[in-house]
Design a protein around this ligand. Structure first.
Ligand code: SF4
Ligand code: SF4
Ligand code: FES
Length: 302
């Protein structure tokens, strides 16, 4: 759900009605509040909310930071769908025929106030899958002597998942999180695969144990609502399927993959990196091609 360039070119209705679901934690009161704003071409939902906050109601609470789809903090439910407010053009959600837009906090998250939600549980689940490199040689991990080797194709096994911006839209869209609040959820499970796939990591056994529970990857029923709303095309639903398949092979004692080696210090400008000759078990890696065309680090000219 990246920024829709065509939508940014269109002109929204002159006047847009914004219906915001508000919450006052002191009074424990929830209510709908309606605002009318003058809209203009290129206006996002975040722009509209900030205009309301600046010109009509400074008590409206929301979270945002970068305004460009990077920090992941402006997630909210817009016309019933989890979206990033800064990446949603008004023209995507209102029209001349229907100039009314509803804005609510993200579902599946406790509400702190108005549109601001509590991410503590989400991040605790993320942390629970050990989202960091684990090496068996603890001494080497604490005091590294060099860098780990990694083929370009191996890097691509993790790249898509590293694009996650922790916005929680997938978690808000997941019907299983709604039914089972202990379910690890799409983001944490996707991140478990991100490190299982990383050839620099040796902690897959620990992670498989964490996700192989009644609230782990088996709870997912693959409706893929999580992937449909992800603004970074991470595809957590596909990641969970891949994780389950690898877990199944692990349980049968058939899971194995290459573990990268510690190689020399960082390369000098223009230096050719000698990759180790052993075969990799990852599919799609053409070792012969890599040997013929070694990776050359190109640094910018000074
Ligand atoms: S695919 Fe799984 S994790 Fe994603 S929304 Fe559906 S049940 Fe939730
Ligand atoms: S997987 Fe996508 S939707 Fe989920 S937290 Fe990461 S970026 Fe957001
Ligand atoms: S404000 Fe940072 S992603 Fe929207």
């Amino acid at each position: 759900m990246a920024m829709d360039v065509e939508a940014a070119r269109r002109v929204p209705p002159k006047q847009v009605i914004v219906r915001v679901r508000r919450y006052d934690p002191e009074a424990k009161r929830m209510w709908w509040q309606e605002y009318k704003i003058e809209a203009h071409r290129g206006m996002t939902v975040l722009d509209a909310l900030l205009k309301i906050k600046e010109e009509q109601d400074h008590t409206l609470v929301l979270r945002y930071s970068c305004r460009q789809g990077i920090c992941g903090s402006c997630g909210m439910t817009i016309n019933g769908t989890p979206r990033l407010a800064c990446q949603t053009q008004l023209t995507e959600v209102v029209s001349e025929a229907n100039p009314v837009m509803t804005v609510e906090p993200l579902y599946n998250f406790p509400v702190i106030r108005d549109l601001m939600t509590d991410f503590m549980d989400f991040f605790n689940k993320h942390r629970s899958v050990k989202p960091y490199l684990i090496r068996k040689d603890k001494e080497e991990q604490e005091s590294p002597k060099g860098q780990y080797d990694m083929y370009p194709d191996e890097y691509l096994q993790t790249y898509q998942y590293t694009n996650c911006i922790y916005c929680g839209l997938c978690y808000a869209a997941c019907p299983v999180v709604a039914a089972d609040p202990q379910f690890l959820g799409p983001q944490a499970l996707m991140y478990a695969l991100r490190f299982v796939n990383d050839v620099r990591d040796e902690g897959w056994g620990e992670r498989f144990l964490i996700v192989d529970t009644e609230h782990g990857c088996h709870r997912c029923h693959f409706a893929a609502s999580c992937s449909a709303v992800c603004p970074k095309a991470v595809d957590p639903a596909g990641a969970i399927q891949a994780l389950r398949s690898k877990l199944f092979r692990y349980r049968l004692g058939l899971y194995k993959r290459r573990v990268s080696k510690v190689v020399g210090p960082p390369p000098e400008k223009g230096e050719r990196i000698q990759l180790p000759p052993e075969a990799t078990l990852l599919p799609g890696v053409d070792l012969k091609k890599l040997e013929e065309e070694p990776v050359v680090i190109k640094l910018p000219e000074e």
